[in-house]
Design a protein around this ligand. Structure first.
Ligand code: ZN
Length: 312
């Protein structure tokens, strides 16, 4: 399979405005797309990413007002890592403390410092200060100096009680390879490697089963370059015996979905056409993006959604 790394990660939230404030104002990500859940157009689908929302940067949310909290655990993507420059942990520690955002003690992982924090729904996020080269352009953020900004995903950590079947899917089907092991964690990479490519398997037989809800990950999407690479991936997943969805046009990318053996929902998404297909890069996130079949209901849909205050 032609997989290039992480494409986007989608999570569940309970309050669209608190979610919007946290990711744009606290983490300084760019709000790159305001859309609706295509299966539930009365709720938002919100996308936060780098300067242009490039593949490998977008953390996206389905915010359902009042959704009960989930519990991160096994059979889930357990934590989401962002790449920040080496040496920027003290800045983030101070910033998050000043803003009243909870953090855990800084830890070391494969030589990098990791600061764990939580969004308003308790979603587990890791700021990973890596010395590895990461030339991706972060979103501009007024109050975060350029040398400290989030550059996109670093890794997704999957929670497992037994990793054998998942390792098999990653390495035999998806082209991932082992980088290193440290304690109960094993790191895998694909294609050119580096931040944005990593999948960490955290294997702990005592990890309780994860429960879906606000503050948990819904699915992890992987990049594939083209429609034809996606068609090939679709055939290979089918041949492996896993159930795979048909190819679905999500307007900004095309998607296929399958569950790895412990139940974590994976998606393979195309790099093209991207978020600039229905609004210019300069004004990404300002217009409500709707798929063609919902366009005739734009007025009612817009009226039913809570407004989000977009900073200039
Ligand atoms: Zn997705």
């Amino acid at each position: 399979m032609n997989v290039l790394g992480l494409h986007h990660i989608t999570a569940m939230a309970s309050d669209p405005r608190a979610n919007f404030d946290f990711y744009t104002r606290v983490l300084g990500l760019r709000f790159v797309k305001k859309s609706v859940n295509q299966d539930d157009p009365g709720t938002y689908h919100l996308y936060y990413g780098d300067a242009t929302g490039s593949p490998g940067s977008a953390l996206t949310f389905f915010p359902w007002p009042g959704l009960r909290r989930g519990r991160p655990g096994s059979g889930q993507a357990y934590a989401t890592g962002f790449s920040i420059p080496a040496g920027s942990i003290p800045f983030w520690k101070e910033r998050l403390a000043k803003l009243g955002v909870p953090t855990e003690a800084v830890t070391k992982r494969f030589g990098d410092e990791v600061l764990t924090t939580f969004d308003p729904d308790g979603l587990r996020l890791e700021l990973i200060a890596t010395a590895e080269s990461d030339p991706r352009e972060p979103a501009p953020a007024n109050d975060i100096p350029a040398g400290f900004r989030i550059r996109g995903f670093h890794s997704s950590t999957l929670g497992l009680t037994d990793s054998a079947a998942t390792v098999n899917v990653l390495t035999q089907l998806m082209g991932y390879r082992l980088v290193s092991k440290e304690g109960s964690r094993a790191r895998y990479t694909v294609a050119n490697g580096g931040p944005g490519s990593y999948v960490d398997l955290l294997t702990d037989p005592a990890l309780p089963r994860g429960l879906n809800g606000a503050g948990t990950i819904h699915h992890v999407a992987f990049r594939t370059p083209t429609d034809s690479a996606q068609q090939d991936a679709h055939s290979e997943i089918g041949r492996s015996g896993l159930h795979v969805s048909p190819i679905i046009d999500r307007a900004y990318f095309k998607s296929i979905y399958y569950r790895e053996p412990t139940g974590i929902l994976f998606e393979i998404a195309t790099d093209q056409p991207g978020f600039a297909i229905d609004e210019p890069v300069e004004s990404l996130g300002t217009k409500l993006g709707l798929p063609p079949h919902l366009e005739s209901h734009r007025r009612e849909i817009e009226a039913a959604l809570p407004p989000l205050i977009i900073q200039p």
